[in-house]
Design a protein around this ligand. Structure first.
Ligand code: HEM
Length: 457
């Protein structure tokens, strides 16, 4: 079908914008939505991709009729890494996985998660002391990734596992580089647009070798959990019990663990890094956070980790994080496929077409946000969990597939800033504004560099 024949659309030839899209995917897409269209169709060959930039249509796709819009083939490119884990599955398999895995995030475990975060923050503080002394710059994107991987592994895989965090991160980065928009474009161009996402192509050697050593790492530590050599984490404990009950096999276990490695630390690390960038570049923000934390501590509330994820006692810090996730949502875009033709609000979506939903574009659309490019945490004042009901604000997705780890992610970020902000001042020294690199996760192209100073109490 030709997009110009579709009722309600003007249509954008994909090939026309391809060179800009390759050079700068995000600003090209930003320009495209600046026309105010609710849905922008792109055609490539017989394929159509709709970029959806309208909260009510998003609500329909992600919630009201979500069964007609699974992730399905839209995520094919990432199957070699995630297999049929909870992030890539749909329908019955996904329902079962959700039922099995959600208990790993029960609030009763948040006291334990809080202890793990505190332990790792202590190690991180020793590292920061070194940076304070020798006045060296630090790339927080990199350092927060290491911190968050260590926390995730202790929480979910095993508190005893010894591993090389930087090596695992390097392997994951190698794999994800080939699944980013730019990676997809390169592959599409090389293979003559045979398919939009996830092509039959021969992956490069560094990708294949990174994937196979990551698989060895995962299989190795799960065996140790099974043999009782190391204590299980919340996820591996659940998976071991399911395996003993004959409900999952080794392939499914591999896929779930890979999914957590993919979704559970890099996202939070980027959330932390962009939040710190905004705190550091908006004078007065850190002082307000410190005043709020001091008042909370005076009231003796600091030892209440299970309530901290709701953060009734640090509402300003929560607003700062929510605002950072609005301006720089780490999961900046996600995809769906249309199963059956459907018309939504007068717009027609033919079956087999792809849908792209971008929190990043939506969060900066003037129709839905007052002064969308400004940092204004107070816009979230009085909202306990703005990400749950508002379809103009979707940093964690929405509907039944909303991020399983969102409460943990908020808890981790709140806890880490509660520990670090009163003790250290991070002075931003990098590009201003930073150039954004929208891979699978939204990063700053040249890192986010800071100098660190110890605060005088
Ligand atoms: C700031 C941090 C995070 C952000 C911004 C984020 C964002 C997202 C988004 C946007 C989705 C939905 C994607 C879609 O609908 O296609 C999602 C799903 C998911 N996330 Fe997160 N995430 C974060 C942290 C975490 C953490 C810490 C974990 C686990 C430890 C996690 C595990 C998952 C899983 C398992 C799904 C799939 C849910 C399902 O389909 O049922 N995420 N995340």
């Amino acid at each position: 079908m030709n997009i110009h024949e579709l009722p309600g659309y003007k249509g954008t030839g994909f090939l026309k914008i391809l060179p800009q899209l390759y050079k700068n995917p995000l600003s090209t897409l930003q320009k495209t939505v600046s026309t105010g269209e609710r849905v922008i169709p792109f055609s490539f060959g017989k394929y159509i991709l709709f970029l959806i930039n309208d909260p009510s249509i998003i609500q329909h796709i992600l919630k009201t009729n979500y069964r007609n819009y699974p992730r399905g083939k839209a995520l094919e490119g990432i199957y070699p890494l995630l297999g049929k884990g909870i992030f890539t599955s749909d329908h019955e398999l996904w329902s079962r996985q959700q039922k099995n895995i959600t208990p790993a995030f029960h609030t009763k475990y948040f006291t334990r998660f809080g202890e793990i975060i505190d332990e790792e923050c202590e190690n991180f503080k020793s590292e920061l002391e070194g940076y304070c002394k020798n006045l060296k710059e630090i790339d927080l994107q990199e350092r927060f990734k290491v911190l968050m991987l260590k926390i995730l592994v202790k929480e979910m895989f095993s508190p005893d596992l010894k591993f090389d965090a930087e090596d695992i991160i390097h392997k994951l980065d190698t794999i994800l580089a080939y699944t980013s928009i730019r990676g997809e474009l390169i592959r599409n161009v090389k293979t003559g647009f045979k398919s939009v996402f996830g092509l039959k192509y021969t992956p490069p050697a560094d990708y294949t070798s990174a994937l196979s050593s990551l698989e060895k790492f995962v299989a190795g530590f799960f065996k140790q959990v099974e043999n009782g050599e190391i204590i299980p984490g919340m996820l591996t404990g659940i998976l071991r019990d399911l395996k003993n009950a004959g409900e999952v096999d080794d392939i499914q276990i591999r896929d779930e663990i890979m999914t957590f490695l993919f979704a559970g630390f890099d996202t939070v690390a980027e959330g932390l890094s962009w939040t710190q960038y905004l705190i550091s570049t908006n004078p007065g923000t850190d002082e307000k956070i410190i005043v709020e934390l001091t008042e909370r501590n005076l009231e003796g509330q600091e030892s209440s980790p299970s309530s901290l994820h709701m953060a009734p006692e640090t509402p300003y810090l929560r607003c700062v994080i929510s605002e950072a996730l609005r301006l720089y949502p780490p999961a900046w875009a996600f995809y769906r496929i249309v199963i059956e033709d459907e018309e939504i609000d007068g717009l027609f979506f033919p079956k087999k077409s792809y849908l792209m939903i971008s929190p990043c574009l939506l969060h900066r659309t003037p129709k839905f946000w007052d002064q969308p490019d400004s940092f204004n945490p107070t816009r979230f004042e009085g909202e306990d969990q703005p990400e749950v009901n508002n379809f103009s604000y979707i940093p964690f997705g929405q509907g039944p597939h909303i991020c399983t780890g969102r409460r943990l992610a908020m808890f981790e970020m709140l806890r880490i800033f509660s520990v670090l902000t009163p003790e250290y001042k991070f002075i931003y020294t990098g590009d201003n504004p930073p150039e954004v690199d929208p891979g699978i996760i939204m990063k700053a192209k040249n890192g986010l560099r800071f100098k660190v100073e110890k605060r005088i109490k």
